[in-house]
Design a protein around this ligand. Structure first.
Ligand code: ZN
Length: 162
């Protein structure tokens, strides 16, 4: 519903779900720190201003946006978003957590596969002033964040693979 992806759209999130990784894919398998039968969570390759390593939660199946997202996936995404939020609080000692989810280009949706952003927030962090100031991070920079999240989920005995 209200879809914008072209017919031959190469979905970056679907490539990651399939485990495809090459010099053109922005998402690396090491970025993914949680995966179950419906959803996955990973560290975004875009590092925003002074807030590197924010999290993406996405369904494994391809749905372009919130309008298309089935309730089953939507419920699981919110469950994992809650766990990721607590993980961010504990592992990064942040002052708050912010959820951002864009639908359609007018809302600055760039990847046409539903995804939710979660940012750790800090007092006086001024994230909104910095949010359009991002850079493409290196895989090794993301690995530090991904490892911390993997450890949290493992130590917390959460259900995860790999
Ligand atoms: Zn997709």
């Amino acid at each position: 519903m209200y879809n914008h992806a072209t017919k031959n759209y190469q979905c970056p999130i679907c490539l990651a779900v399939k485990g495809i990784e090459n010099e053109h894919t922005m998402i690396k398998q090491d970025d993914i720190f949680y995966r179950d039968d419906l959803v996955m969570a990973l560290i975004n390759f875009k590092f925003v201003g002074n807030n590197p390593g924010h999290v993406i939660v996405a369904p494994l199946k391809h749905y372009e946006n919130l309008y298309d997202l089935p309730e089953k996936e939507a419920m699981r995404i919110m469950k994992i978003a809650k766990e990721v939020s607590i993980a961010l609080k504990k592992s990064r000692n942040c002052d708050g957590v912010m959820i951002l989810q864009n639908n359609e280009p007018a809302s600055e949706q760039h990847a046409f596969h539903y995804h939710m952003h979660l940012f750790s927030r800090f007092e006086n962090g001024k994230l909104h002033e910095n949010i359009s100031n991002f850079r493409v991070s290196e895989a090794k920079e993301r690995k530090v964040f991904s490892k911390a999240m993997k450890e949290y989920f493992k130590n917390d005995k959460r259900n995860m693979e790999g």
